[in-house]
Design a binder for this molecule. Sequence first.
Ligand SMILES: C[S@@+](CC[C@H](N)C(=O)[O-])C[C@H]1O[C@@H](n2cnc3c(N)ncnc32)[C@H](O)[C@@H]1O
Length: 277
Amino acid sequence: MSLQDTEALVLPFLKWPGGKRWFVKKYSDLLPLDYNTYLEPFLGSGAVFFHLKPTRAILSDLNPDVIAAYSSIKTDFKFIKRSLQYHQRKHNEDYYYQVRKKKTISECQQGSKMLYLNRTCFNGIYRVNQNGEFNVPIGSKEKVLLDTDDFESISKLLQSAQIFKSDFEFVIDKAKSGDFVFADPPYTVRHNLNGFIKYNEQLFSWADQERLASSLLRAKNRGAKIVLTNANHSSIKELYEGFGFHLRVVSRYSSIAASGADRKQFEELVILSHPNK
Ligand SMILES: C[S@@+](CC[C@H](N)C(=O)[O-])C[C@H]1O[C@@H](n2cnc3c(N)ncnc32)[C@H](O)[C@@H]1O
């Protein structure tokens, strides 16, 4: 059940690390065709949500700025558009740093600030200091408004979505029989072997991975359909093997000359509640 045929092309509006655009391009056949409510507890840029355009959805992320961006487009896309036009006219280095340190009062201001910074900061990185203040320097991109922006259609699509700033467990616990949960957490593994994963560990601990596996297993046992993406690592496999999940290794790139350890870097694991063809 989706609005895919009736809606214009509606694309993710955030640039987000770990975004799953590549996944929907190559592996959309792993997503179920029929479901009641769509749940996405690690929303980020929502590549899978925008691909499916479900008629009913529950969306969440722990990041308050991400959620402010979605909620403000949902409630007042005209404000967001006007405000980004203003940012576009004013954009320069001084202005970027002024906006970066400015406290926002309303959710719409917070959403607009998030979009402006996400589009003009260095490499679209999201990083905050210990006080929760965004501290990424300015980048080279100058386009605040993109040709592909269609905030009105995004707002329309979001009208039938409930949006929460919350931990994943709160949302996964809402999944009922016939619903579909797509979960794309930050990747961490039990044995930290490289810096990237170590950094992620502060954001999403191994205990979080275990808690995620338990909540997805509970949802599966209630009859929900599950697709989880994660690191292709033995510790992750051990979490799901033996509980009736189906595991599949996928590759981010279509043809890779690399072999062995190099190739592994581009592989990810997809964990499904249903067998895939
Ligand atoms: C890999 S990203 C998701 C990317 C997304 N699938 C996309 O296409 O852009 C993981 C997301 O999980 C969020 N996150 C981290 N810890 C969380 C938690 N405990 N509960 C919910 N969301 C969390 C992060 O803010 C981040 O947006």
